[in-house]
Write a protein that binds this ligand. Structure first.
Ligand code: DAV
Length: 375
């Protein structure tokens, strides 16, 4: 089987690595208020295409990752070109341009032999599945056991968003930290694939700025009849959650790399404690939030966005020495590549990839569990 991937750590055989070709600045829209780091409040965010130099710098580092993966015998596939400069207009919204294909993880997820295209949460990313369609057809045509699921597209009209979210002062965010209500409402199915993390029979899904409860309900109804269990997870101190892979990163059976500034809600942590999983805090990143690239909308915790090649081998960003040392102490073989020029496109090593094939089968890593299925 070509399409076979049940978790985040089994031995990797085939993967898609993103590309910065044609990348544009993300437009300001109800689900996204990009800002320039360290610029005076109100400084407008750039619009239009990224500079050819910025695209080349990112592509060079993506090519470095491709070379490393290929040197380990892993098959690497790339997205197709796409006109990200084209505006999008539907009956419900309009945006002047799209974004990029640097982070396939946000859009696409393999769950066993099922390829799922996420609905997405932002207008500029509505058509971001397109650069991957040729590959999906190829995999789907190659093997009748491969299934292909496109989650329902939400309207992304104004009512889908809670615009006040962007103006809440910190105290308000603190007061609301247990409501898990962000910039999207609960009326439609909304999720980005990167809010999901796969643990064999079990998947966790983070409620966030990019995934709502209705999206999690859709995932439950899709996956439970197929024998999976879907667990919503919450990190109350993350006031701007988006994508779980800088917050909670499983590395092998029994071990999760955790974010010391974003502890998992105690209620949700029970699943891991009751099943003898160890949660190990990542060290502080080598770069403070203020030193991240000017146009990067992600936090310094991109440091922990590592890519597992197997339960014993991890790829880590070249400058993140403290994390490399921790992984080394935990008995991993640690490979490194420079990747900081990719950060402004929204992610690091895990975000910029999409697993197609990891050896292995669906296993139950959580035998001690009280799970209430929806039906
Ligand atoms: O912690 O800033 C970034 C992940 C974006 N794909 C963070 C999440």
């Amino acid at each position: 089987m070509i399409v076979n991937s049940w978790n985040e750590w089994d031995p990797l055989r085939e993967i898609v690595v993103g590309s910065a070709d044609g990348a544009h600045f993300e437009p300001t829209e109800p689900g996204n208020r990009p800002t320039i780091r360290n610029a005076p409040v109100g400084t407008p965010f750039p619009t239009g295409p990224k500079s050819p130099e910025a695209i080349d710098r990112a592509n060079e580092e993506l090519a470095g990752l491709v070379a490393l993966l290929e040197s380990r015998g892993i098959t690497v596939r790339r997205p197709d070109p796409h006109d990200f400069g084209a505006p999008v207009r539907t009956p419900d919204f309009e945006v002047p341009n799209q974004y990029c294909a640097v982070c396939p993880r946000d859009v696409m997820i393999t769950v066993g032999h099922d390829i799922i295209e996420a609905p997405m949460s932002r207008r500029a990313r509505y058509f971001e599945y397109r650069p991957y369609r040729r590959l999906v057809y190829e995999y789907w045509n190659a093997d009748p056991r491969v299934t292909w699921t496109t989650a329902p597209k939400p309207s992304m009209d104004d009512d889908m968003y809670r615009q006040e979210f962007w103006d809440w002062p910190v105290e308000e965010r603190h007061r609301r930290m247990h409501s898990f209500e962000f910039c999207i409402t609960q009326d439609e199915v909304v999720f980005d694939a990167a809010d999901i993390s796969r643990f064999g029979r079990d998947l966790i899904v983070q409620e966030s700025m990019t995934t709502n409860r209705t999206g999690i309900t859709w995932l439950k109804r899709h996956l439970e009849p197929r024998g999976f269990r879907v667990h919503p997870v919450h990190f109350p101190l993350d006031y701007f959650p988006s994508h779980v892979d800088c917050t909670f990163v499983p590395l092998r059976p029994g071990l999760v790399l955790t974010n010391p500034e974003r502890p998992l809600l105690e209620r949700d942590a029970r699943l891991f404690h009751d099943n003898d999983w160890e949660l190990v805090d990542a060290p502080q990143p080598t770069t403070g939030n203020d030193e991240m690239p000017d146009f990067c909308q992600s936090s310094k915790w991109l440091s922990m966005n590592v890519l597992s090649l197997s339960p014993t081998t991890v790829v880590c960003e070249e400058q993140e020495k403290p994390l490399q040392d921790l992984l080394d102490k935990l008995d991993f073989e640690v490979l490194t590549v420079p990747f900081r020029n990719v950060f402004e496109y929204g992610g690091s090593l895990h975000c910029a990839t999409w697993d197609i094939h990891r050896e292995g089968v669906r296993e139950d890593y959580f035998p001690n569990i009280a799970y209430r299925p929806l039906v």
